[in-house]
Design a protein around this ligand. Structure first.
Ligand code: FAD
Ligand code: FES
Ligand code: FES
Length: 472
């Protein structure tokens, strides 16, 4: 990594003062899931990294017809919160499609919007939802509509001295949503994604419609002509198909290394038809069930004011690295990843290095109980947090029952990927004692095996979860 200085301000004014002083030479660190790969590859060379994770920018609030997400709301919080699902069903559906479980542990809503990858799901969702973004600087605040925030490839309306602090999502009363996405592998960025929303009036005609795309241009795109073609109409299969054609015909996508322009256009039409059809079906079923207070999955209604969540800040009294329950006082350099410190400085070799870019899962550790890619965590940012490696699973000098199950079922294949699989499994099973095989498959899809396959691994995990052999 290129050398840089590191600052972890604890208040918003401190963070904004640093940005005002250093301007374009500073980079904000939120979840680090886009910034740390750029630093690793020296594609970003800031003089200063401003880690905002100690700034109280967490929490979600539902009030006065809107959902307010503070910038450090993590992807997994969107995915897991029943309250967010109740007021905005689009966000959990979209969050589940982002990267892998480790990306979702750390990645933030604000970071995803500020990074502005044109294939990213959250920018598309915020444009579909007509969200409004609050940008703060040392000289004041301003609000920008999501559709004006994205200005080009990886570009936004953010000034060098500004921080995105909050995202306000209007609650789309009675609107049913659906998302369709095509990606080459589970966990990859979308080749193309589309979010569709439909609400119906009393006569069953389309009252409002939303269609937004990711992966078709240098920023998220709203298909306004397709939306207009649906409003006031009966949502028949023919009208939905016609609206999908209108959306497709309004796009001018590009070819890239993976797919041609023609294929992208084809995908746009097919996925829009599927997303709109699902949204219409959800809207109809929620109308039927609406007697008069009920709400079906996939729809949103006016919420009562609720303060949903405010995470506690990290334990700043502990500035060392707390590894497997033991505090290690270690002088971390700003440019070191947690993986480098664990392996190269502390000799903790049960954490493996594979891809170095958050994809393979070999370097998984649990950070405050959640799986993360240690190759994408700055060691300085992990201070004061609880780090668990596979060595920490040891029980009275012996193996953990899940490890025993892996041995018994022949699931320790190359062995290199096993630590990450064990840790990811244990974090997933916390609070989910009887998952289905499909749930387990989805939980482990970000831990890659290239040697043998997943059958024995899933057998072992299932046996452990069922408590076979007295292990679970
Ligand atoms: C293997 C892998 C797969 C992924 N797959 C997907 C995917 O399928 N879909 C997807 O959408 N994303 C994907 N991502 C990216 C992921 O969603 C990131 O979490 C997200 O893009 C950035 O969020 P972050 O909080 O990690 O931001 P960071 O990486 O910390 O920051 C990203 C950029 O935004 C700036 N920034 C961050 N927060 C603020 C703020 N509050 N104000 C101003 N500037 C800010 C930073 O300076 C930096 O330039 C993937 C990442 C990896 C590693
Ligand atoms: S995910 Fe970190 S080395 Fe592959
Ligand atoms: S278990 Fe490591 S590659 Fe298959």
């Amino acid at each position: 990594m290129y050398p840089f200085e590191y600052a972890a301000p604890e208040t918003l004014p401190e963070a904004l003062a640093l940005l005002r002083e250093h301007g374009a030479e500073a980079k904000v660190l939120a979840g680090g899931q886009s910034l740390v790969p750029l630093l690793n590859y020296r594609l970003a060379r800031p003089r200063l990294v401003v880690d905002i994770n100690d700034v109280p920018l967490v929490g979600v609030r539902v009030a006065s017809g809107s959902l307010r997400l503070r910038t450090l709301t993590r992807h997994h919080e969107l995915e897991d919160s029943a309250e967010i699902a109740r007021v905005c069903a689009l966000l959990p559906e979209v969050a589940r499609l982002i990267g892998n479980v480790r990306v979702r542990s750390l990645g933030t809503v604000g970071g995803s919007l500020a990074h502005a990858d044109p294939a990213a799901e959250l920018p598309m969702a915020m444009v579909a939802l007509d969200a409004r973004l609050t940008l703060a600087s040392a000289s004041g605040r301003r609000t920008v509509a999501a559709r004006d925030f994205f200005t080009g490839y990886l570009s936004t309306a953010l000034g060098a001295d500004e921080l995105l602090t909050e995202i306000e999502v209007p609650v789309t009363r009675g609107m049913a949503w659906a998302v369709e996405e095509f990606a080459r592998r589970a966990g990859d960025f979308a080749v193309l994604a589309v979010a569709a929303g439909v609400s119906l009036d009393r006569r069953g005609r389309v009252e409002d419609a939303r269609v937004a795309f990711a992966g078709v241009a240098d920023r998220p795109v709203r298909a306004v002509a397709a939306e207009n073609a649906l409003r006031g109409q009966e949502p028949s299969a023919e009208r939905v198909a016609r609206a999908a054609e209108i959306a497709r015909d309004g796009l001018d996508p590009q070819s890239d290394a993976f797919v041609s322009r023609a294929y992208r256009r084809l995908l746009a039409g097919v996925l829009t038809r599927r997303a709109l059809s699902r949204a219409v079906a959800r809207a109809i079923s929620s109308e039927r069930a609406a007697a008069p207070h009920a709400e079906a999955a996939g729809t949103s209604a006016a919420p009562p004011p609720t303060e949903l969540e405010a995470r506690s800040p990290r334990d700043s009294s502990r500035r060392g690295l707390v590894i497997n329950g033991r505090e290690r006082d270690f002088d971390v350099r700003p440019g070191q990843t947690l993986l480098e410190v664990l392996r190269d400085a502390l000799g903790i070799f049960d954490v493996k290095e594979g891809c170095g870019e958050g994809v393979c899962g070999a370097c998984t550790v649990l950070l405050d109980g959640r799986p993360v890619s240690s190759c994408l965590v700055l060691a300085a940012a992990a201070r004061g947090r609880a780090i668990l490696t596979v060595r920490g699973l040891e029980r009275e000098g012996g193996l953990h029952p899940l490890q025993e199950a892996f041995v018994r079922h022949g699931a320790v294949q190359c062995g290199f990927c096993t630590p990450g699989m064990l840790l990811t499994t244990l974090a997933f099973l916390e609070g989910r004692p009887r998952p289905s095989r499909d749930d387990l498959r989805a939980a482990l899809e970000g831990n890659l095996c290239r040697c043998t396959g997943y059958a024995k691994i899933l057998d072992a995990v299932e046996a452990y979860a069922r408590g076979d052999d007295g292990s679970g």
